[in-house]
Design a protein around this ligand. Structure first.
Ligand code: UDP
Ligand code: MG
Length: 222
């Protein structure tokens, strides 16, 4: 009979076999992660997995973790890694795709280390939506998505958690040269222009036979 550990190893192994390509999408609450992810999905064929949305669905499904998730979210606190990672792994396997935008995760160093240890997946890069707090606050208070945590008291707690716990994750990946930072205070379409350039890097076209200087020595000699 399998134990809980066996099954989590099993799901990790099955996922690793697919060699999934992962982009972490990070930024404060209201920085535009969800909006931009939808546009990336349309243009570049990724599957969008919002950790917050997966946790909300888990809470609403009446699972045994439901009350705990609800309490953590209402306080703007970070749900234990193993809960979120299991949901992400299941969603990745169920999708059938091999390219993922993981939005709103990892939210702290523990999330990051646990994800790496369990899945052995390294992100291709981290898309970081940098936005001033005043603008994020304005957007959240205007968006009216019926979220219990979109009230000023919880928003302030979420900002604090972002600064204290999530920014260090971004710093960690900066140290690895993996952060692609976007000025997220601009209007949606302008932000998406920058995003597109990151997913679709413009490679300068060099006419054939005229780029000898640009070649490495062995090619130039040949
Ligand atoms: N959350 C969490 N772990 C995650 C993602 C979300 O614990 O990996 C919880 C946390 O309480 C957070 C809330 O879910 O404040 C809402 O997250 P979401 O990403 O939906 O909102 P955002 O902060 O991006 O607006
Ligand atoms: Mg979101």
């Amino acid at each position: 009979m399998g134990t809980a550990n066996d099954s989590s190893k099993d799901i990790s192994d099955r996922l690793a076999e697919k060699h999934p390509k992962v982009v972490f999408v990070l930024g404060g609450p209201g920085s535009g992660k969800g909006t931009q992810c939808e546009k990336i999905v349309q243009h570049f064929g990724y599957t969008h997995l919002s950790a917050g949305d997966l946790l909300r669905a888990e809470k609403n499904s009446g699972s045994e973790n439901g009350i705990m998730i609800q309490n953590m979210m209402n306080e703007g606190k970070i749900v234990p890694s193993e809960v979120t990672i299991k949901l992400l792994q299941k969603a990745m396997l169920d999708s059938g795709n091999d390219k993922f935008l993981i939005d709103g995760f990892p939210r702290n160093e523990e999330n990051r280390a646990a994800f790496e240890a369990l899945t052995k997946i390294e992100p291709e890069f981290v898309l970081y939506f940098n936005c001033p707090e005043k603008e994020m606050e304005r957007r959240i208070l205007n968006r009216n998505q019926g979220r219990e945590d979109d009230n000023i008291e919880t928003i302030r707690k979420r900002f604090k958690v972002f600064l204290e716990s999530s920014l260090p994750v971004i710093e960690y990946y900066k140290g690895k040269g993996k952060v692609r930072e976007i000025d997220a205070a601009k209007p949606v379409e302008e932000v998406f222009k920058e995003v597109k350039d990151i997913f679709n890097p413009k490679v300068p076209k060099v006419p054939k036979d005229e780029n000898v200087e640009g070649r490495c020595m062995c090619c130039a000699i040949l």
